[in-house]
Design a protein around this ligand. Sequence first.
Ligand code: ADP
Ligand code: MG
Length: 394
Amino acid sequence: MKKTIKDYDLKGKKVIIRCDFNVPIEGGVIKDDNRIRQSLKTIRYARKMGAKVILLSHLGRVKTEEDKEKYTLRPVAEALSKLLRKKVIFINKTRGKEVEETIKNMKEKDVILLENTRFEDLEKQKESKNDKRLGKYWASLGDIYINDAFGTIHRSHASNLGIAKHLKSGVGFLVEKEIKELEKLTKNPKKPYTIILGGSKVSDKINLLKNLSKKADYILIGGGMAFTFLNAAGFNIGSSLCEKEEIPFCKQLLEDYPDKIILPIDIITAKEIKQNVKTKNRFVNEIEEDEIGLDIGKKTLEVFKQYIDDSKTIFWNGPMGYFEIKDFSKGTKGLCEVIANSKAYKIIGGGDTARAVTEMGYEKKVNHISTGGGASLTFLEGVKLKALDSINEK
Ligand code: ADP
Ligand code: MG
């Protein structure tokens, strides 16, 4: 077990908290502040305990000097000040005299936010390639390091793995909760355990499929990835998404788990990917050459419902169709409804799936929506989360 923020006496200590403030910002306006709100519990706790709080986060990918304006954390500092009802001091630097002086003058309960850690990437990708000196420098600014950035927990960056090596360390409430929830899927999940996978590509999810197919009772497959499976099973899939190089993998999986993998029996097709084109609900053996499969059909949803209703644990990753276009969002919406009504323990993972569930109004009807897209999938692949490596054990 990893140490958590609760295992330390924070009073008067300079506590560096690595948050995940990687939020969508357009023209200086934050489009979705979920990640900021998710970080509040840890920040509030640190303040309540009398810490001097130093916040670090990355935002987007910084490749050129021009990117700096787009990816400054200044709007986050403003949003955070409102949410905390406490002025968050923003320093538009990642290191140097101003940073050090401000920290030296901090009082208990003060909060400062340094500039986007990835500004350091402009020089030899120091943050993303975990430059040893940079991690050591950031560590020199504090007494205790807390990692609460679940979204990057699978990466080895200077601001997570790098700093933690040099300080007493622990995880924050968000990381603790994410891991506790995801472990419900890996350590003795309540059975029957059903996984629903969709999204665009099989190739993105191969390791996930390999690892979870051993643990799950049923794997329901929809979305774009279903077509490579359908093709592997011998169906003509017309102009639907197909990853030819993954067909052998799909064939093998279908052979290894003939009763576990459940493919769609009908599909919504169209000749173009846009709103208001003519659509057809086709059985999978009826798809024509010039048709693209863009959603699961009604009968498939009924079949999926039978498995879901019978399950005690459900994990869903990957939309069932091209849900960004309303005409192809019915399968995803229908699945939201079926899952919401099931009595199982329900966990959602993946950036687009989380977005679909939230936008469609089902956020409160599931037990957990993981905030980390890649991080949660990496965890479920059974791969160790790199940044956790340097966090102290209890
Ligand atoms: P997540 O981010 O939740 O892991 P993915 O990134 O794997 O999900 O997949 C999401 C994308 O899959 C969406 O942009 C959606 O449009 C696309 N998609 C789903 N079904 C299809 C389909 N039948 N054809 C093409 N794209 C699809
Ligand atoms: Mg995605």
